[in-house]
Design a protein around this ligand. Sequence first.
Ligand SMILES: Cc1cc2nc3c(=O)[nH]c(=O)nc-3n(C[C@H](O)[C@H](O)[C@H](O)COP(=O)(O)O)c2cc1C
Length: 480
Amino acid sequence: MAMKKVLFLCGSPRRKQSASLCTAKYLARFLDFDYEFLDVAKAKLSTDPGEAEPAFLKIVEKMQTADAVVWTFGAWLLFVSVQMQYLLDKLFEQGYDFSGKVAAAVMTSVRVHDDFILDRVRFVSEQLGFGYAGDVSAVGNPFFGYVEDEEMTEDSCRILAGQLNRALTDGYVPARYYPPVERRFLSSTHRGPGFAVDDQPASKTGDKTILVLTGNRVSEDAANASIIESIQRYSRNSVEVIELQDRHVGPCVGCYLCDFNGDGVCVLKDEYEAIKQRLHQADGIVYVGTCASGMVDCHLKAFLDRGWGIAHRPTLKGKYGFVIATGGGPLEAEAGWYLQFVLNKFGTRCIAALTQSAADGPAFAASVRRTVEDLDRALDEKWQIADRFGIRGTNWTFRDLAATSGASLRADYGFYKEHRMFDAPSPGGLNALMRLLFKSRKLERRLVVVNRERVARAREQRLAAHLQHGRLGQGKEIPS
Ligand SMILES: Cc1cc2nc3c(=O)[nH]c(=O)nc-3n(C[C@H](O)[C@H](O)[C@H](O)COP(=O)(O)O)c2cc1C
């Protein structure tokens, strides 16, 4: 009988610096079955969900011959990296099913909605037919590619490896948690229906600008086209539309230079910075996202990922906006929540999150119109809207991250202080000292190296202890 195999699908574009890969490699040491690491980000899959290029087929073939796959990734704006999303889009669009196989996940993050992200990954795994064995959620150091909370993470890895070992030995496939959803709602080519936009147009008396960002090309998305027509027709202000599919905005590569360089500017040379500038110039911001693979379309997602520099210093403050999710039936509620979260996180006050399927055609058309009129009002009257806990909690997390990683995030620390976002106790004491020390780049670099070496040494010692007790797995790495 052929030996069973575990395939790690690695979605981080950070290659050797990837904290999730480092964590997965640790987990693999406890597997009793052979395992392989496959770099999905490096495969550079196309954004066309219908294209079955050789790199994609190679990944599929490896998935089909594996008995378990482990999604291995850093949290990328509340989901997997967009490079991994290209794979999911193709798997859903091209009708793949992996029933009878087991999936698990190893995710590193800074713990901003890690539960939400892993839940989405479980959901998409089950929609692809996998039984979901469980996951590891670890805090990855965003800068140096190792995980914090070392021992706890190591235990989680050993536990998950043990579960995979037992599942593969017994041929056990965990039961579903989520009922199957119609495939078309997961497909990135399924679009919502258009609707009539024929009420009296507003007279253009406003002096503000509303910027609408949509992932898909509007001419190919009837729902988004009607929404945009509504905004143009019913707003008193001028409306600018950016169709991201036709703009050159590539995936975030996770270099964190937007954090290191205090100005938050992205170093990739494409149209991202120019569009970001338009966002800063606009008064109102609207995201229109089409659902795909249990998330929003990869064009909008790629752009939002690139906004990591804004997430740390929510400079789109003082603006108002709303979000709409289309084309996903029952999945729109989650996508709408996601878009609302991101809009808020970037500093803009979100006055509404709409989903197309939540209402019938005319009711939805009326809701869009009302919301457009509300946005005009919010802009004129400068509505005061309190942060909900989700966004407050996230601001605290970032605030604490800024305080504990004072080194790299010194600019953000300044931003948060200036905008009085420290409305809960922040880790102080030692961190205040750290921040002083980290004023020197040279010292910063030295401390980073020392810390990295310390972490690696401690981990090797713990691994050696396990080896002594003979508790490492029997599996070997298969070269990719
Ligand atoms: C564009 C981008 C988006 C991110 N989004 C999140 C997030 O939503 N939640 C979170 O907790 N961490 C987030 N992070 C932090 C990373 O997930 C974290 O640093 C992780 O350890 C990276 O894993 P990797 O090194 O394997 O890529 C994000 C990082 C980047 C660059």
